[in-house]
Every structure is written in C-alpha cells, then in structure tokens.
Design a protein around this ligand. Sequence first.
Ligand code: NAD
Ligand code: ZN
Ligand code: ZN
Length: 386
Amino acid sequence: MDKASITEGKPIRCKAAILRKAGEPLVIEEIQVDPPQAYEVRIKILCTSLCHTDVTFWKLDSGPLARFPRILGHEAVGVVESIGEKVDGFKQGDVVLPVFHPQCEECKECISPKSNWCTKYTNDYLSNTRRYGMTSRFKDSRGEDIHHFIFVSSFTEYTVVDIAHLVKISPEIPVDIAALLSCSVATGLGAAWKVADVEEGSTVVIFGLGAVGLAVAEGVRLLGAAKIIGVDLNPAKFEIGKRFGITDFVNPALCGEKTISEVIREMTDVGADYSFECIGLASLMEEAFKSTRPGSGKTIVLGMEQKALPISLGSYDLLRGRTVCGTLFGGLKPKLDIPILVDRYLKKELNLEDLITHELSFEEINKAFHLLAEGNSIRCIIWMDK
Ligand code: NAD
Ligand code: ZN
Ligand code: ZN
C-alpha cells in the first residue's frame, strides 16, 4: 500500500515553518494537517519559493491582514495526496500548482475574457479556507488552530487547498520552474501580455528587478519591445537584467537632483509607452505614472504597497490621456493560462532558469527570508525533502 492510501481520510503529522510573531524567524514545528473537506485537495509540497509578498506579511504586525500563528508561502508546486468529496479533475499523484488567485469557472468574470477578477471569490482574501471561512486545516502540537495564508500556505510538508485555487500541470516541467509559475513569473508575464498587451517597438520602464519585474521584462522582450529600462536601487540587478532583455538602467540613487520620472522622460523623448511598478511603494507607483507618455502612456501596478498606502496622481496628468491600472496575478486565469505558460516553457520559448539564484533545504528557510529581504536573491527554491 502506498503512503497516500495509508493517510487518506486521516490527519497527517508533518513539519511546518510557523510565523508566531511579526518579523521573527519562522519556527519549524510538528503540526497536524486535517483531511480535505468537500471541494478541497490535500497536497504534498515538493518545493516552494519565497515571493516578496511573503516578506511583506512576515513583517506586518497589526491590522486585519496580520494573523498569528500562521503558515506563510504561496509560490509552490505539489503532488496530490488525497481529495475531498465533490472534487472533479484531480486525483492522487497529480502534479499541481496552488495559486493564491481563485478561478471558480462559473461566475460572469470567469466566463468572460475581460478580466481574471472572479466575482464569486475575490472579495475575500482574509478567510483561512475558501468555502469554510475561518475554519483551519492546521493545528499545532497544543491543538490550537494555525492560520492559513492567501489560500495556499506552502511552508509546510502538507497543505490543504480549495479546487478554485488549484491547477493541474504537466509533470514534464522541472518542479522548481513550475513553482515560479504559481506566482511571480505568471504575474509578470501576464501583466506584459494580457494587461498591457505591449506592441512591437514600444518603450517600457520596469520599476523593480525582482522575479516579478524580470518576468515582465521577459514578457515584453518576447513581444518585441524596443527599449526596456530597468529601475532598481541594487546595481547587482542590472547584470541579471541584461539576460532578460533589459537595455537601459536607472539607479534612483544616482539621479542627483532629478526625479526618476524626469530621467525616464529624457530617455524616452516624452515618456515611456508602458511602465510597470514591481516594488510595492506608493511613491514609486506615482513616479511610474509620471514616467509615461501623454496621450497613450499606460501604467500597470503589480507591487503590493508594503503599508497599504494610497497613491496620489496629478489630475492634469490623467487629463493628458495617461491611464493606470493594477492587476493581481497578471490578469491571468490560473486554470486556463498556467498550462499555456507550462507549454511555452516546454517549447523552450521562455528563459526562466536564471531567476533561480539559490536553493536551500526546508530547515534553512529563514535564510531565504534574509536573502530576499536584503536583495541578495531573485528566487530561492526551498526543497521540502532535502
Ligand atoms: P523582490 O524583492 O524580488 O524585488 C523587488 C526589487 O525592487 C528588488 O530588486 C529591489 O532591489 C527593488 N527595490 C526595492 N526598493 C526599491 C526602491 N526604493 N527603488 C528602486 N528599486 C527598489 O520582489 P518580487 O518578489 O519580485 O515582488 C515585487 C512586488 O510584486 C512586491 O510588492 C510583491 O508583493 C508584488 N507581487 C504582486 C503580485 C500581484 O499579483 N500583483 C504577485 C507577486 C508579487
Ligand atoms: Zn507572490
Ligand atoms: Zn469566478
């Protein structure tokens, strides 16, 4: 009998990295993961990586979004261990990506090609489980509930995910690359292709050259952008940026008296056709907007503002015909679009290997937080079994 059939329908005891206090190291503890309920699947995480959103929530110490104890992590790949009732389309052994952004496949928006904003589910990002509110599937050794994180919680050997957040993928793709497609890379490529739909010959500016920003670069490069300007405080990102098609660089620390947007406007005649904010700072979202050309310039905000601050846009700048929009998961519908990205990777159309700069064992997960927070990694793969 294989392990899946032994554990099916029963709680599993396994290791998880728990956030007990904001900004403190995660603690590896033994936890209990309950069996999946109707419309849920329990998965064994193969590997996970750290996205800046995990760092933002790791530091967040107050407000309705801050919850403790909690299992963070949302960029991952897993294999199905068991399924709950009413689960169609998944079976034990399937390779799957858990995705923080839902797709119910039934609501008006899920059916329409216009957006990925599933109206049935996207109004709730605060519950633990998609259909059961604050009910948690995780308990610590004292029997107390542990909070989930954006419907994924991948910093654990096993997790329970609703089928609205799960995508079956081809087992042919290397699992470390697959993990990146569950958040950052899909977000960046999707923003370039679906949200901006950049034309050949365009000028593009990308604020922030982490995995999200570099995936935007890869996306706009493939669409034929002529000039791709990367903005980053960390000069080490400039070298890697070149491998993703970035043609020009701006280091805000070296702009002197000028604002970043003034420098960009000088480099692009009157402004870039497209600007993407991939950092998560309100002040830079404003600079991204001011960097675009009057008449048709478009700003796409991908960064999650680290303190949830509002942004302020000049009303005359808007009157001049610029537009600005934000997007979660790059406008992609996970179940429809992730398999397309997997296919494009398998056809060798996407350069993604260079995004993986570090690999660590699960026991070393706290090192991954420091590597990302201090700008020393693009993506660090955390292997659960090593
Ligand atoms: P990252 O930490 O890997 O990269 C951020 C980059 O920004 C780094 O290269 C850093 O040097 C640079 N940077 C930081 N402060 C800067 C400043 N003041 N000026 C210039 N450069 C600066 O982050 P990531 O994982 O690529 O995520 C980027 C952002 O996207 C985060 O805000 C994250 O929460 C968000 N995100 C959003 C979605 C979505 O669906 N919209 C999905 C994934 C991530
Ligand atoms: Zn993410
Ligand atoms: Zn929907």
